[in-house]
Design a protein around this ligand. Sequence first.
Ligand code: PDD
Length: 289
Amino acid sequence: MSEIFLNGHFVAPEQAMVSVMDRGFLFGDGIYEVIPVYGDTPRREAEHLRRLENSLRGIRLQPPLTGTQWSSVFRQLLESASESADADQSIYVQVTRGAAPARDHRFPTNVEPTVLAMIKPLKPRAASVAEHGVDAVLRDDIRWGRCDIKSVALLAAVLLRQDAHESAAEEAILVRDGLALEGSTSNLFIVRDGVLMTPPTSRFLLAGVTRALTMELAQQSGIECQQCDISVDALLSADEIWVTSSTREIMPVTRLDEAAVGEGLPGPLWRRVDALHQDYKSQLRESRV
Ligand code: PDD
């Protein structure tokens, strides 16, 4: 069983305990990261660590570890996961404002943050995704106004994803003020007339690492890529819709609110960019990027 890194120590999962006074538990006062690992190479580790720092800054918490210290933690987690070495992995990192003596919304003084990192095998993509794509539903974005912070306060995302699940859909695409912004746990792309489009980063969506990689791969293969607002009308009439995340890669959405997207099958641009992404993962597994 893989060990868990908690507050400076590697411990067995059953020994990894956090106080009920922890502000992550009481207030959702913390942030997190999810980093996929191919072979034993974390994908875009520097970008994930940069975003971790942005999130910490966003909630006014000092970075508890340096980049080098995080890298060393990841390395040790990967070693402890060696029994599942054939599988790709995902590393989960969480930092909360720690356990204060009393429940009080105001920041506590002299309290150490709670620092957690753990690893688990990354679920391979089902063959049906590339064959048929996935369903999505459109929902009002009921989240807060700082979606650029990767906060552990995920109740809105939990409710939205469950709502999608109960509608037999993989993802809920979120709409605020007439604009489609992202999925409940993923970023959003559409294709129109051969051009790939994604909403620009703002306080209303997370700057996804997979989003940046997807744009890079598309541009490398000569696909024009624009960061621009996506209205609900543009979404509904898109040739292709994709959602991207560290754990779900680049997924083609082929039905939106039960209506076919384009031809109702994964589209030609998705096939091109997904093939590049699969190559990129293979290179990481061989430690070539
Ligand atoms: N979520 N937008 C939201 C709201 C997300 O929760 C995520 C990822 C993304 C994609 O970001 P990235 O490509 O860096 O994974 C966009 C993670 C995987 C999660 O909550 O488990």
